[in-house]
Write a protein of this length. Structure first.
Length: 194
């Protein structure tokens, strides 16, 4: 429908341009080219071209106005539909974001409760949506909970590894190997000779 209306609009526009150019103005216009010899306009009959061309210009201008209004209406309808689709898409995305946010809040609440039950603290947990400043200050958690769980379990179950010395003991003078647990120092690289 829009394509047909656009074609009609362009045709009416071209025809309107031609009709306006055919009218005789103060200088004679294009009407002289069709055989109008100044005073008598024989192409359009004895009444002259003025009445006919004036009427044709009015009709063509009215058709141009109607096609312009029709194109503007259809264009606004398309924009309106496009905006409605965009608004629907945004509302669906917002709803999905809200659902993700509530699921995340619930997961965080469950994790907080699980941590509280494993550490044995009975600190009051604010309900979701309550401001954090409204809660009473709680006692600091034990030092074991501040470290990652992996470190606390390994340090509690296995003995600490012996520390290495910065300067390992020198090998014995009798030529035997160094005692177990110490490493022999790396031999320095020989200096380049020239």
């Amino acid at each position: 429908m829009i394509t047909l209306l656009t074609v009609v609009h362009v045709l009416v526009c071209v025809f309107l341009i031609l009709v306006v150019l055919l009218q005789a103005g103060k200088g004679g216009g294009m009407g002289i080219a069709f055989g109008g010899g100044g005073g008598s306009q024989t192409v359009f009959g004895s009444s002259g071209a003025g009445n006919f061309l004036t009427r044709l210009t009015s009709i063509t201008a009215f058709l141009f106005l109607l096609t312009s209004l029709g194109l503007a209406h259809f264009s606004s309808q398309q924009d309106s539909r496009r905006l409605q689709r965009l608004a629907e898409r945004k509302s669906v995305e917002k709803k999905a974001d809200d659902e993700r946010a509530t699921k995340l809040k619930m997961d965080l609440e469950r994790a907080r409760q699980a941590v509280q039950t494993t550490t044995g603290t009975t600190a009051a947990v604010p309900p979701p949506g309550a401001p954090a400043a409204a809660t009473a200050p709680t006692a600091p958690a034990p030092a074991a909970t501040s470290k990652p769980a992996k470190e606390t379990t390994t340090s509690a179950t296995t003995p600490a590894a012996p520390r290495r010395r910065k300067h390992p003991a020198a090998p014995p003078a009798d030529g035997t190997s160094a005692p177990a647990g110490t490493e022999s120092p790396a031999a320095p690289a020989p200096a380049p000779t020239e």
